[in-house]
Design a protein around this ligand. Structure first.
Ligand SMILES: [Zn+2]
Length: 164
């Protein structure tokens, strides 16, 4: 039961100087971001945003999945979202290996068959980004209620470039 002790201790220190109370759950800058789980991405800081400013949905690859769309619908209608950024990134594992390669790697790590596991690998990252942005723009509950952009984040320079 001690596997999380370091983090629990850090949390107590965090709580001692906690100054983030009193917020509602709205996106105070009106921003929602769909991006990758990659640890090189700091979604708020890369956009000059702060705590409370944005709704953030992360998954492998920064894909517009059904769950991402659920989050965006809630964001647009209940949480103050007016602009949506879909942000995959350079050197993403989900765009640089094939589904088969990932299954082999994960299977080797797990020591059991992983051929049944899907990972949603992307073959053409920019084409996929454009398709994902269309999914948001054409969603019947989002449509033109929010402005949607597709961006690629360069993990080596910190720069975003817009592609959709
Ligand atoms: Zn990634």
């Amino acid at each position: 039961m001690h596997e999380f002790d370091d983090l629990m201790e850090a949390n107590r220190a965090f709580a001692e100087s906690f100054d983030l109370g009193g917020f509602d759950g709205k996106a105070h800058a009106g921003i929602a971001i769909v991006t990758c789980m990659d640890s090189r991405i700091d979604p708020l800081r890369m956009l000059g945003l702060e705590h409370g400013d944005a709704k953030i949905f992360r998954n492998p690859g920064g894909r517009v999945t059904p769950q991402a769309l659920e989050a965006l619908v809630l964001g647009v209608h209940l949480l103050g979202v007016e602009r949506i950024l879909v942000v995959p990134h350079t050197r993403c594992a989900m765009a640089s290996a094939s589904e088969a390669e990932l299954r082999v790697k994960v299977g080797a790590s797990a020591g059991v068959d992983a051929s049944w596991q899907s990972f949603g690998v992307v073959t053409d990252q920019l084409e996929q980004l454009r398709e994902d942005v269309v999914k948001v723009r054409t969603h019947p509950l989002i449509g033109d209620r929010a402005t949607v952009g597709g961006f690629l984040y360069d993990v080596d320079t910190g720069l975003l470039s817009q592609h959709a």
